[in-house]
Design a protein. Structure first.
Length: 224
């Protein structure tokens, strides 16, 4: 318990430091703190893993793709949005594989489809708004695939309810929803309209999402 509290405190300090550095234009501090968000989660996972080997490997792989995405997107001198988008797409696929494996014993039903409607609707609505502003066919295709992927990730997170502990279900689902919010903020800020205090909204929701998904997955098999 003490180790978990200490990690939460350190993770919060790292996240707030990154947000402060970005908002005040301290580029070197951003380059130091932004990768530490995922690196700290990898360290926590290495010391506290409760997942089966396959799920653990997918989670580590997903976090490594997230780390690559963070690095691509923090570089200011070159537009690496597409490589960053691709990295986070691969991260989402890893998370999808984890969630799918956890619910693989369940039956696909009409209720399962209904649960996914809000997430798919949000993804479609945002893409509809973004479409006229996307600069070329490649960007339109990439954003479409990405929007579908994150909607599917959140949908599968919502389907875990009957297969994992209540705590795990709640933490991971909230994390997935926060990831949708963070990515929506990035898209709106980049293609539609500048968001005031963009770093606070984007990085705050992103860091919280990663934290909740990683720590929530560690509680999968705990009893309520």
């Amino acid at each position: 318990m003490k180790r978990s509290i200490l990690f939460t405190f350190l993770f919060t300090i790292i996240t707030l430091s990154e947000i402060y550095a970005d908002m005040t234009g301290q580029v070197l501090l951003v380059y130091l703190t932004k990768p530490l968000i995922v690196l700290s989660l990898l360290g926590f996972l290495w010391k506290n893993n409760n997942l089966p080997p396959t799920e653990y490997r997918w989670l580590v792989t997903g976090l490594l793709f997230a780390l690559a995405g963070d690095i691509f997107l923090m570089i200011r001198d070159t537009d690496l949005f597409i490589p960053g988008l691709g990295s986070f797409l691969l991260m989402q696929i890893c998370y999808i594989l984890i969630f799918q494996k956890q619910i693989s014993a369940g039956k696909f039903s009409t209720r399962s489809l209904v649960i996914g409607i809000p997430f798919l609707t949000c993804a479609f609505a945002l893409y509809f708004l973004l479409f006229p502003e996307l600069p070329d066919l490649l960007m339109r295709f990439a954003v479409a695939i990405y929007a579908l992927s994150i909607a599917m990730m959140t949908w599968l997170a919502a389907l875990r309810r009957s297969f994992v502990s209540t705590k795990s279900y709640q933490l991971v689902l909230i994390g997935a929803i926060l990831f949708m919010i963070s990515d929506s903020c990035i898209a709106i800020d980049k293609f539609l309209v500048a968001i005031p205090f963009r770093t606070l909204w984007i990085m705050g929701t992103y860091a919280a999402a990663q934290y909740l998904i990683v720590t929530g997955l560690q509680k999968t098999k705990q009893t309520d």
